[in-house]
Design a protein around this ligand. Structure first.
Ligand SMILES: [Fe+2]
Length: 281
């Protein structure tokens, strides 16, 4: 498998590294496709960081601002903002107005292609989504799948790809939610599911995901049931195809306090195996 199953890791336990693609940027590698170099990572920019040269990527990119403010082509993205930049989107100026942390999803190589004066401008084949403030969107609480009713959930759809039907959205789970009689079916999907916990916590069969938790789950892997003591907001992507839920007949137990039993590739076994706890008390 060129992109390994990771479910799940708290990004807090991962080390900051120098980003090989941009000067003076730190990042945490969450998941990488060894074949295509597709990368999901948490990227950190110092206040007043500036990309000096215009560039584009051969890859499309989605990002969400976890902290701070970044300005791309004079469009400001602050905490909770989302952007989709298609392949060949020219970044004429990129600047961090504050100390800024983004989660970026780059579906092919993240290697910038720098614009040289006189070069023909690259052509975009898809439409950009720029400067979306997710705080200004309404939660869609329409129920599409009754088996998820117990989560009292809401969605904010950020993007659906017109060709592949791949979907990116925010998913809100209400606090103090659990499946009826503490058990429920498991779901699986024909596509990859990728997620980052923006805030809150969500209990499932691999442990309690907390703010900063990340997973990359290949297709067809059953998961759930879920519940939440605190409530949660998750950024979720169904990658490469349409989101469909398939459900098991069998019911599986749920607890608010599952042990942390992640599925991790070998390179993360050392640092990833220890549960990260915020310990507020
Ligand atoms: Fe799922």
């Amino acid at each position: 498998m060129s992109r390994e199953h990771i479910e799940f890791i708290q990004s807090q336990v991962l080390p900051w590294q120098s980003c090989p693609f941009q000067y003076d940027v730190q990042y945490k590698e969450l998941s990488v496709d060894q074949k295509t170099q597709a990368t999901t990572g948490v990227f950190k920019y110092k206040k007043n960081w500036l990309e000096e040269e215009a560039y584009w990527l051969a890859s499309e990119e989605e990002f969400f601002v976890l902290k701070g403010e970044i300005e791309i082509n004079k469009i400001r993205y602050t905490e909770g903002y989302y952007g989709y930049l298609p392949a060949n989107y020219l970044r004429k100026t990129v600047k961090a107005n504050k100390s800024t942390v983004l989660i970026r999803f780059i579906d092919q190589s993240p290697q910038p292609i720098y614009y040289q004066y006189g070069d023909p401008l690259p052509v975009m084949k898809k439409e950009a989504i720029e400067g979306i403030n997710t705080f200004d969107m309404q939660w869609d609480k329409g129920v599409q799948d009754e088996k998820l009713l117990h989560l009292d959930f809401g969605r904010k759809i950020l993007r659906i790809d017109p060709t592949t039907k791949a979907k990116t959205f925010l998913y809100m789970v209400s606090p103090q939610t659990y499946p009826q009689q503490w058990k429920g079916p498991r779901e699986h999907h024909p596509t990859v599911e990728e997620s980052f916990c923006v805030t809150g916590s969500l209990a499932g069969e691999h442990g309690v995901m907390r703010t900063g938790a990340y997973f990359w789950r290949p297709p067809e892997i059953p998961h759930g049931p879920y519940g939440s003591r605190t409530g949660a907001v998750l950024l979720i992507r169904f990658v490469g195809g349409e989101h469909v839920n398939h459900w098991s007949q069998e019911l599986y137990p749920f607890t608010f306090d599952p042990d942390y039993e992640p599925i991790l590739p070998e390179r993360l076994q050392g640092i990833g195996k220890k549960e990260w706890l915020p310990e507020p008390f």
